[in-house]
Design a protein around this ligand. Structure first.
Ligand code: ATP
Length: 321
């Protein structure tokens, strides 16, 4: 039977990680379990930066952005000796279960750890929404709202000067933030893996808008795809639209989580703790939400699931442009 449960946050931070940490701790305490936090993700685990916590620890963190137990990246976590050390630390503290809050990379680390006899559960939290085993990740809604807030502001100034704005958003290699933001903002264009750039189509559209004296054009571009400064130059040459670029960057990671992310965090945390308490984790599981139902999968099954969240949106975005 699981008696001591530890929690860590890992990978890129996401708004709602604190709400999730809080919900895990409170759900565990409510079941009479001893609850621990591990600072700095897998790095803190290997170094033994582990602390037992009570309810006081969770006060006033539900609305805080970032992660108060901090996050880190530790590429060496794949190495057998490092994993061995991590498992040993948990054994030394007599911790029998670990909840990891993060993305696919975090889940791979948890999977490796489960081979050392630790029961693990992964909770998806990343602004990129790039996890195949869940429809949504903690932090995505907040980041999307932040992007929309920024684009609304850029629209004001873009419109005042009859400009085209190229706005780069995060997502790693996933277009969800770009596609959802484009739909929510009624953007004139979106460029991401799921909606690639067709220069001729874009330039034709912008030339037409210019001819019709449209006040501004907003194009949302996913990171890691192209040089937006180069594209801006081309747009100016080919369409005559005065064009500016904005990289929203890490602004997208910060801020107080929206209510949706806090609620998602509570539901997923409760599921993770319940699976452990009820003895339903033989080695490792990942929790998620599918069609608004909280679900769970074996880790390897979850990692093999393909991410296809934006497919239904492509036609709708084009239709409404
Ligand atoms: P995000 O995508 O939001 O950054 P993530 O969890 O995918 O979240 P990663 O940096 O990919 O972020 O992974 C977090 C940590 O998980 C890594 O720093 C590393 O310690 C561990 N990790 C990643 N991949 C593996 C792997 N294949 N095996 C063991 N550990 C891994």
């Amino acid at each position: 039977m699981v008696k001591k449960i530890a929690i860590l946050t890992s990978g890129g931070d996401a708004p709602g990680m604190n709400a999730c940490t809080r919900a895990c701790i409170r759900a565990g305490l409510a079941e009479g379990k001893d609850m621990y936090v591990i600072y700095d993700g897998f790095r803190g685990l290997v170094e033994g930066d582990i602390k037992q916590v009570n309810k006081d620890f969770t006060q006033d963190i539900i609305n805080r952005g970032g992660t108060i137990i901090r996050s880190a990246r530790l590429p060496e976590f794949k190495e057998p000796a490092v994993l061995e050390k991590a498992a040993q630390q948990l054994n030394d503290f007599e911790i029998d279960a670990l909840i990891g809050i993060g993305g696919d990379g975090t889940f791979r680390g948890l999977g490796d750890l489960s081979k050392h006899g630790i029961k693990v559960v992964g909770i998806p939290a990343t602004i990129d929404n790039d996890v195949g085993s869940t429809d949504e990740t903690i932090g995505f809604s907040t980041a999307l709202n932040t992007i929309c807030d920024c684009v609304d502001k850029l629209k004001d100034t873009s419109g005042s000067h009859q400009r085209c704005s190229l706005i780069e958003v995060m997502g790693r290699h996933c277009g969800d933030l770009a596609m959802f933001a484009a739909l929510a903002e009624g953007a004139e264009g979106v460029i991401c893996v799921e909606h690639p750039l067709h220069e001729d189509v874009l330039f034709r559209k912008l030339r037409k808008m210019k001819a019709q004296n449209k006040s501004h054009a907003i194009i949302i571009v996913s990171e890691n795809l192209l040089d937006i400064k180069e594209l801006a130059k081309k747009i100016e040459e080919k369409t005559g639209f005065d064009t500016r670029t904005e990289v929203l960057g890490r602004l997208q990671r910060g801020g107080s989580p929206v209510a949706h992310d806090r609620i998602l965090a509570a539901r997923l945390a409760d599921k993770a703790v319940t699976l452990l308490v009820k003895g339903e984790v033989a080695h490792g599981k990942i929790v998620g939400v599918k069609n608004n139902q909280i679900v769970d999968f074996e880790i390897q099954e979850a990692l093999a699931m393909k991410h296809e969240h934006t497919h239904g949106l492509r036609d709708l975005i084009d239709k409404l442009q």
